[in-house]
Design a protein around this ligand. Structure first.
Ligand SMILES: Nc1nc2c(ncn2[C@@H]2O[C@H](COP(=O)(O)OP(=O)(O)O[C@H]3O[C@H](CO)[C@@H](O)[C@H](O)[C@@H]3O)[C@@H](O)[C@H]2O)c(=O)[nH]1
Length: 238
């Protein structure tokens, strides 16, 4: 089975080399695609250099401008489908997600269609986030679950495994949200299509290096984006 971990990056020079090494260090046959938005800090150049060491496992696509997490992933998903991958993973560059949990996600995904590394399926498993961010994220998950009626605890999770057929059937060109709302939209579309989704408990650890790209615009898009998804679902367009 061909497995691809997609890592979107914007200014991750402190993390990128270590995270790629950690994935390959698992020796589980994962390939890595980095989707970099022309990071001014030289993240892309670091990946290019590592490609000499891992010519057939490490891939890089560079987009011209910073255009949001969602668009970066959509680009990566299409690349994965074109290149024949069976299982496709989302993972942050910054070690918020422990790369060794990829194995748990893969095992769970084999018995489902999609698996989610979940911070909230067994209590709240977040380390070193400021209380405000925990409340925002946990509150967002309750808001989304209530409005959309989706039985998923961690609806904004960014540590996910998709089996190929989910990405083939979900309608990638119709996914509209670009920021973290994208995470919600992907899960809702998969849920509406009747795919089997399982949550795997993980511990999310706040990054030690580099900076989060979270901002007010991303929150605004997610709040109104959820209402729009609900509306589309009510009028049968989703
Ligand atoms: N290519 C690209 N990558 C991006 C962009 N914005 C963020 N990224 C990359 O996406 C990953 C996550 O971004 P962070 O900015 O570190 O996210 P966070 O604040 O820690 O957010 C986490 O929580 C969110 C809400 O729960 C999650 O939705 C998100 O996936 C992530 O796990 C990192 O690898 C970062 O470099 C972008 O515009 N373009």
């Amino acid at each position: 089975m061909k497995k691809l971990v997609i890592i979107p990056t914007y200014n991750e020079k402190e993390n990128i080399e270590n995270i790629i090494s950690a994935v390959f260090g698992l020796h589980e046959g994962f390939h890595v695609l980095v989707v970099d938005d022309s990071s001014p800090d030289g993240t892309g150049e670091i990946v290019q250099r590592m490609q000499q060491q891992f010519p057939s496992e490490l891939f890089l696509t560079v987009r011209k401008v910073k255009d949001g997490l969602g668009k970066a992933y959509i680009h990566g998903f299409k690349w994965a489908l074109e290149n024949g991958y069976d299982y496709i993973f989302e993972m942050d560059a910054d070690f918020s997600h422990n790369p060794s949990d990829l194995i748990k996600l893969y095992e769970a995904c084999k018995n489902a269609d999609m698996s989610i590394g979940s911070r909230y399926s067994k209590g709240v498993n977040v380390v070193n986030w400021p209380m405000g961010r925990v409340l925002l994220s946990y509150g967002a998950s309750i808001y989304v679950r209530t409005v959309l009626g989706m039985p998923i605890h961690d609806t904004t999770a960014g540590f996910v495994c998709f089996s190929r057929k989910v990405l083939e059937e979900i309608g990638l060109d119709e996914v509209k949200l670009k920021g973290y709302g994208f995470q919600i939209e992907m899960k809702f579309r998969a849920f509406k299509k009747g795919f089997k989704i399982v949550e795997v408990p993980i511990i999310f650890t706040n990054r030690e290096l580099g900076e989060s790209k979270m901002n007010g615009g991303i929150i605004h898009e997610a709040v109104f984006g959820v209402l729009n998804l609900k509306w589309k679902s009510l009028i049968g367009k989703l």
